[in-house]
Design a protein around this ligand. Sequence first.
Ligand SMILES: *Cc1c(COP(=O)(O)O)cnc(C)c1O
Length: 399
Amino acid sequence: MEIPFLENYPRIINGAGTLTRLSGTLMRPETLQAMAQAATMFFDMADLQAWASKVIAAATGAEAGYVTSGAAAGLTLAAAACIARLDVKVMEELPVTNAPHEIIIARPHRNSYDHAFRAAGAKLVEVGWDDRVAGAGIRGPEVWEFEVAITPQTCAIAYVAGALPSFPLNKLVQMAHAHGLPVIVDAAAQLPPASNLRYFIEQGADMVAFSGGKALRGPQSTGILAGRADLIASVALQHLDWDVSLETWSPPPTLIPLDKIRGFPHHGIGRGFKVGKEEIVGLLVALQNYVNQDHVAEVKRWHELLHQIATALDGVKGIQVRLPAEDRSGRVPIAEIVFDEAYLHRSALDISRALVQGTPRVFLSERRVHEGLLLVNPFNLDERGAKVIIERLREVCSS
Ligand SMILES: *Cc1c(COP(=O)(O)O)cnc(C)c1O
């Protein structure tokens, strides 16, 4: 079928990574096939989520799991679950409730995804400083700072996983559990390494959110929540459309513990985060593929692509490519392209703009552009993409 918009859409070379604004990544053919098959069938959506729970539990080591419409939606649902637990009255009240709804978070962990927690009705309580940033000291937030901030209004603790080393998650979890509080981890972009699927659960986290549309190569609008069965049950109660009568309601017992609830909201706060049957099936196939893929070979391929770019640009005046060391972290290796701004008479931002506005459009990461460099993330690149990056950089830097 010819779709003129798609046929005519300008090609994008994505050397910037699995960014949401650049449409994430590409799905594998098996995932697309599974989605096409699911699209021909009817399902009881609760059955799909019960199946999802099993698949996600097996992949993460958690008790249970759930497919969400992205990791951000997962954080909102996790917050809603920590506030309401299995209390139907509170589910009906959200996002405004007198039930405990404060989530404690380290100040340096706050970011634009705060909206996700607050959308559930959670109030974020900030603790700790990162003295290292200002050079005022050598410490980031510490676990005791969370503990002294706990009040009867606290419902959970949030932890944003990232490269920046901070306090140990397992110590935070120990402290939280001693107070009967769950810990929610935002691990949206923490894959690869694939070992992180299990890592945060192993550290004791109660709810972990991953993005399905980033390294997992699932449908772009999906995410995963992995965690405690009672909290996942709360998520299911507040997310699925339960426009049914109590008399005929027979949800999968592995998803909903009927004996523990006194009713249910027909539509909870998560109703707006609908996940389609195609997305659930696609995400689960993508997850299983991800678990079984050869991660070492993938890292090797990424290094080769970066090496190819560095070799081809060697000797181009005004550009220096710094290759990452080969390590065993399993993370995506990132190359730095350093521009001699004085020699080129333009800044790294000018170069990025020229790349983005050229043909094809080339996106590199601007994460460190103010240091005079652009980053190449090879996750979404193939040989052809790497060649285009080389050609366009040569053109832009010689014009
Ligand atoms: C991408 C990201 C999210 C959101 O994930 P989606 O799947 O796009 O909703 C949340 N937190 C962090 C740190 C992220 O990088």
